[in-house]
Design a protein around this ligand. Structure first.
Ligand SMILES: [Zn+2]
Length: 300
């Protein structure tokens, strides 16, 4: 987020209705001009007449007041402040580091703090997937261990293995029902990155937090670990609801194939298939096909 997303220019009077149309255009929503204009009038009619008179009689620029901002303990004229000054205030005073940073830093000695959040976005990542990844990295996940603690779930035990309590890391890493799935994924990712995960903790770190930008095929790996966790979560939800444990590999394959097809179509529609193939190179596609995935049509 940038400061200019938070601060807006202020102009007197009512928001022109054209602004609403522009916003709808930008969001690619369907709309009816007449309907919006009518609704807008209805809103305005709900405002007391005296207020309207007051707002409309205020001529712009006439009685300009100086606005001051408190910057670094002293008052500055707002007009003369730079965005950078506000940026510094937001950075130092308003925005706080996520609590989860400490958790991840304690678990992984060689982790750089920025890496916790740096690889969850980009052209390849659909908003819904980015959002669920964001929650996972914040550890904002209602596992059964937590739900049990707050009295919303009878038992804390994992409904997939039935062995241990479903804590955060149990859910995504340590459940024994993930063993063979994780082993297969590890082989796949080792092929993609062209090297081995020396320690089990390195591999677990990649599953939870992805790879940094230097890693070979890092973009593909980061996308796939997100889909991996979303498959794990989906199986867990089904296990709770239907009381049956489905095959997480099948879910992963289905999700990934569907995702890659959508991505391919999306880039094709934009006439930017080159961008797609820059990430999903012949070699990457071959590795994924060897993994038994069907890659999107007319490749190669
Ligand atoms: Zn389990």
């Amino acid at each position: 987020m940038k400061v200019r997303d938070v601060l807006y220019e202020f102009k007197e009077g009512f928001l022109p209705v054209q602004f609403v149309f522009d916003a709808m255009e930008e969001a690619k929503e369907e709309y009816n001009r007449k309907e919006i204009m009518n609704n807008y009038e209805t809103f305005k009619n709900a405002i007391p007449k005296d207020w309207i008179k007051k707002i409309e009689s205020e001529e712009p620029g006439n009685k300009e007041k100086d606005v001051y901002a408190m910057v670094g303990g002293k008052l500055c004229v707002f007009k003369e402040c730079t965005v950078k000054m506000f940026y510094a205030i937001f950075r130092d005073v308003v925005f706080k580091k996520p609590k989860a940073n400490d958790y991840w830093m304690q678990r992984h000695e060689d982790l750089k703090e920025d890496n916790i959040w740096s690889n969850t976005k980009g052209k390849l990542v659909e908003t819904k997937l980015a959002n669920s990844e964001f929650l996972i990295r914040h550890r904002a996940i209602f596992t059964d261990a937590i739900l049990h603690k707050i009295g919303r779930e009878q038992s804390a035990v994992c409904k997939v293995c039935g062995d241990e309590d479903e804590g955060f890391l149990h859910l995504f890493l340590h459940c024994r029902e993930l063993d063979s799935f994780k082993t297969k994924c590890k082989e796949l990712f080792e092929k993609l990155k062209g090297g081995r995960f020396e320690k089990e903790s390195d591999w677990n770190k990649t599953v939870m937090l992805g790879e940094n930008y230097k890693c070979k095929n890092g973009k593909v790996i980061n996308l796939l670990v997100m889909i991996m966790k979303s498959a794990i979560w989906e199986r867990r939800v089904v296990a709770k609801r239907e009381k049956t444990v489905t095959n997480v590999e099948t879910i992963f394959k289905r999700k990934a194939e569907k995702y890659l097809t959508c991505l391919y179509c999306y880039f094709k529609t934009l006439d930017k298939l080159d961008d797609f193939y820059r990430v999903f190179t012949d070699k990457v596609c071959k590795i994924l096909e060897d993994f038994n995935w069907e890659m999107p049509d007319d490749h190669g």
